[in-house]
Design a protein around this ligand. Sequence first.
Ligand code: FES
Length: 90
Amino acid sequence: MKTIRIRVGGQAPDVEADCETSLFAAMARAGIAWPVPCRNGTCRTCIARLLKGQVRYDIPWSGLSAEEKLEGYCLPCVALPMSDVVIAQA
Ligand code: FES
């Protein structure tokens, strides 16, 4: 499985992940704290700016509008990386 790198704004080093692991799960494994009360894509507390790269969602309802996705927001608790990504807190 391809290794994907996640860079979290202001944090170093990059986090290693794969395309089946949520951004949050990979960050948590690396010891990076991120607010994730619901962990299922509904509360929006974890919202982040996707500065680089692409993510996908396995759930049909990720709590983002189509416009927010186009504007570069993502929900790390349910976002699955499709490439190396850079995110920052929104
Ligand atoms: S933790 Fe609730 S939407 Fe991500």
